[in-house]
Unconditional design. Sequence first.
Length: 430
Amino acid sequence: TRNAFPEKNRNLAVGSARLQEVQKAVHYYVDNHHCDVIGRVFHGMPGREARVSFSPTRRDVRLNAEGPRDVLHFGSYNYSGLNGHPRVVAAAEAALRRYGTTVSGVRLLNGTCELHLELERALAEFLGFEDCVTYSSGYAANLSVLSALCGEGDVVLSDMLNHQSIIDGLKLSGADIRTYRHKSLRSIESTLKKLPYEQRKFIITDGVFSMDGDVADLPGIVALAESYNAFILVDDAHATAAMGPNGRGTPAYFGLQSQVDVLTGSLSKGLPGIGGFAAGSKATIDLLRFGSNGYIFSASLPPPIAAGLLEGIRILQEQPELQERLHHNENHLRAGIRAMGLDCMNSESPIIPILMPAYEKTFELTRLLHLEGIYVNPVGYPAVSKNRTRLRINVSANLTQADLDRFLDALDRCSRKLNLQDAPPLQQTG
Ligand code: PMP
């Protein structure tokens, strides 16, 4: 009978060192992170519970403790503020009526409609590349591109702070992976030097690093790739519609589009949709259309999303003031935070980390800010290394000067309560 067997193990973490580590962090989130997932119960206030619900369009978070009250959102990837723009909504609505919610298929078979092709043409032109292909997410784009273009026998040099989708894509590729020190040209060159000139090699980097908010040294990488015969791949997930002229991304920021072999990115951050892309030469993109698994084996973007994205790109091109406001906002915040003596690391993008001395204080500061009506995300292991816990601010063009000042005011008050401004600087590791 059933009872004759020992009880089945239901704890997935047993036997896995990594999952045991992750589980520690999970407990911390469950116990202390009072606003972990959209719509979850708010645990932060003694004796009461409140619901936090998000409307991702403008000020975004509403917190109902003693009746609804506005909460400012400083954690959204809506960098350009295009989500909910009336023109984006109207375009998506029209496509919804015409096509429904899905094309019910993959791109290579029945899943391509005119909107997909138009979106890919518009993205290619906007980003400054010959052609472009879209995927169902930025994560899928990196997995697909890396497993298609890199393989056994290739050497890939990858920044140690590159996004998880790059790490996973490279594992899938079977290439020889050489991780280099964050942004270190010396570290890249010391590996390149030892490889034969004819060896197929790739340098891959995030354009904007998603946790630190610093920008890749693309001019330096381009110079090394020229000297040592390497391809360059850039993941611009946090830079598309957030960096460079009109939001055209990191290669455009440096005027180096023609030197980057493949640019990947996300369509759910600065651009108001969901999905991912890869841009490059026509020959490379043709290769990806017929040779990358995320394109062949996964469903196409919903047409309303494609239509909303197309309209978003049009607006970005017509209204440079959106990006100007975004950069004004990030510069103002960074200057204000640094003036308090807090450590924003080397942020130079709309991602602004505030390095914290300990996990507990990170969650405590998050909680105090929530009580002041400010939403920010705490970030800990495994997203960053264990001693690099931080608050991570994402700036939006939607925030007004009054919003920024309210944030700085609240941060000043809350960080003083926790004595953060007198804390000694953290030891840099790795
Ligand atoms: N690359 C980077 C650098 C990212 O930060 C992210 C998402 N956080 C992705 C890729 C994946 O993008 P998506 O959310 O569209 O899957």
